[in-house]
Design a protein around this ligand. Structure first.
Ligand code: NAD
Length: 257
């Protein structure tokens, strides 16, 4: 209720189902009155995303297909958005991928192909998205991506995703510097562990959740809604002085020794 994004348009990338963090962000943006555009990776996901989008009161939600490994898809997706709505005010990038076999055991055993695939989808995609979204953010804008503590520290089983998140977080800083002159801000949210489709791929995920309950200052795990509200803040004018930042929405776990 405190933040209004009435009349502003945001692209939400990475809703797979109702558990997706992207869906938490979409709901927070929707509650602030924003217009939403959803992108989905492939046809398999379209129906589910459409059902979720339709469940919001606003009937004008747009859906556009975009596989971020394809430069052609990225260009087409933002061209189609430009054609349909013109100006946008922000993008939520909620996309990552790694092969399941790479999310257990030793990082040293990571294959070249697995490594490059994870970097491509989880880190480079933010660069491609920022480049294509920039011309649509003529009134300034805010880009928010999602990262995890494994990008800063060694977390068991996170392995190559940690290295991809480190690249993503560095990309946030370089993009923030490039785009600041257009009044486009770029930030990341480092979310605590949340049970989603992607999280299923991380070995021993239940143990990670339990450790947060025991050790994090707030003694509980965070929710999609809490990450969504922090993203809403970063998308709003209240955050107009913040760019290149990584905000931890993790019950404070990252401060612990
Ligand atoms: P999710 O599985 O719901 O979302 C991941 C999304 O990435 C899916 O919608 C999937 O379709 C999309 N994606 C994968 N490959 C793609 C491609 N080639 N093109 C376009 N989209 C593609 O899981 P989530 O946990 O909501 O993940 C969203 C983001 O949050 C990810 O960056 C993830 O690393 C990050 N994150 C998750 C957690 C957690 O514990 N769940 C914690 C911190 C950060």
């Amino acid at each position: 209720d405190m933040i209004s994004l009435q009349g502003k348009t945001f692209v939400v990338m990475g809703v797979a189902n109702f558990r997706s963090i992207a869906w938490g962000i979409a709901q927070s943006l929707h509650s602030a009155g924003a217009n939403l555009i959803f992108t989905y990776a492939n046809e398999r996901l379209e129906k589910g995303v459409r059902e979720l989008a339709d469940s919001l009161e606003n009937p004008n939600n747009l859906l556009v297909q975009c596989d971020v490994t394809s430069d052609e898809d990225l260009a087409k997706c933002f061209a189609s958005i430009k054609e349909q709505v013109g100006t946008i005010h922000g993008v939520a990038h909620c996309i990552a991928f790694a092969n399941k076999e790479d999310l257990k055991g030793d990082f040293v055993d990571t294959s070249r192909d697995g490594y490059l695939l994870s970097q491509n989808i989880s880190a480079y995609s933010l660069v491609g998205v920022a480049r294509e979204a920039k011309p649509l953010m003529v009134e300034g804008g805010s880009i928010v991506t999602l990262t995890y503590l494994g990008g800063e520290r060694v977390m068991q089983n996170y392995n190559l995703m940690g290295v991809s998140k480190a690249a993503l977080e560095a990309s946030v800083r370089y993009l923030a510097n490039d785009l600041g002159k257009y009044n486009i801000r770029v930030n990341s949210i480092s979310a605590g562990p949340i049970r989603t489709l992607s999280a299923k791929g991380v070995g021993d995920f239940n143990t990670i959740l339990k450790e947060i309950e025991e050790k994090a200052p707030l003694r509980r795990n965070v929710t999609q809604e809490e990450v969504g509200d922090s993203a809403l803040f970063l998308f709003s004018d209240l955050a107009r002085g913040i760019t290149g930042e990584n905000i931890h929405v993790d019950s404070g776990y990252h401060i612990m020794g």
